[in-house]
Design a protein around this ligand. Structure first.
Ligand SMILES: [Zn+2]
Length: 295
């Protein structure tokens, strides 16, 4: 186990316990999330180190790492994924201002996102630590386009867009990895970060059962303010924030599963979360996309 004695964002060593949470999906072990008393950032510590966290991903439930279609929640996940892939493609075209360009997807999983960009003639690269997922991605897009994380040290510096879809919350070396991703950007390039939002209504409702806490795989538990602080620390600013409206339903379904609750309840909580976020003006959705640019 690895103990963080300083806040990864502001470096303060004044930390207090925030919440104790069970790893509901794989190990059933308990983990602690602490809160930085200086900037309010919340993170999991102690945490499994980069070399020991692999076993916490060993579950059929970890849907983003396989393409299987079993189970009700999984089939909804696959259906929504098709629609959101199309939305993501449009977003990349919009934020880059380019019909075709060069994109890096950090933590590309089985490669579905960059595959659709590849199909519309974008020059794509993906990095993925999980060997099984990486092989699937390579079979779809080509072996030379997908690499493991060691490639992070030798990227070119002219990407129009670098995307991190639900990935930043998993990165052990948060600051140095971000530095490398930012260095890979063209001066006018955009960094897209999508992460769960701990200021959402579904977190307030489910609290320690909130599936997006996902300890110990999620090392960090971001608020929009934390993304702004992290951006500033690395010479970036948040240009736009966008909602991910399906995530509240998916996260609520999983949360109800951990509480042995029902799917109807999950639907309502997901809906209420979106309505509350919309009425508050866009910054408290269950998960959000942040578009960052160099200052
Ligand atoms: Zn802090």
């Amino acid at each position: 186990m690895q103990n963080l004695s300083n806040c990864p964002i502001c470096e303060s060593n004044k930390l207090k316990q925030f919440i104790k949470v069970k790893d509901h999906s794989v190990s059933k072990e308990d983990f602690t999330i602490v809160e930085c008393e200086s900037c309010g950032f919340k993170f999991t510590t102690p945490r499994p180190g980069a070399t020991e966290i692999g076993k916490y991903y060993q579950s059929e439930d970890y849907v983003s790492h396989n393409d299987s279609n079993k189970g009700f929640i999984n089939s909804i996940y696959q259906l929504v994924k098709k629609y959101t892939l199309w939305k993501k493609l449009n977003l990349v075209v919009q934020i880059s201002g380019k019909k075709t360009g060069k994109i890096l997807d950090y933590g590309c999983g089985t490669g579905d996102f960059i595959k659709i960009l590849h199909d519309v003639k974008w020059e794509v690269n993906g990095l993925e630590p999980d060997e099984g997922a990486r092989k699937l991605a390579q079979s779809k897009i080509g072996e030379e386009r997908i690499a493991d994380l060691s490639k992070l040290n030798s990227l070119s510096n002219n990407y129009d867009v670098v995307t991190c879809w639900h990935v930043v919350e998993h990165i052990h070396e948060l600051n140095s990895s971000l530095e490398k991703l930012i260095a890979a950007l063209h001066p006018k390039g955009k960094l897209l970060i999508a992460v769960p939002n701990i200021t959402s209504y579904d977190f307030k409702h489910y609290n320690k059962f909130w599936a997006a806490l996902d300890v110990p795989r999620h090392l960090y538990h971001f608020r929009p303010t934390d993304i702004e602080n992290l951006a500033k620390k690395h010479g970036l600013e948040v240009e736009r924030t966008l909602p991910m409206v399906f995530d509240s339903f998916y996260v609520s379904m999983l949360s109800e599963k951990y509480k042995a609750g029902g799917i109807v309840k999950a639907f309502w909580i997901g809906l209420i979360s979106n309505i509350k976020a919309a009425s508050k003006g866009n910054n408290s959705y269950s998960s959000q996309i942040y578009i960052l640019k160099k200052i």
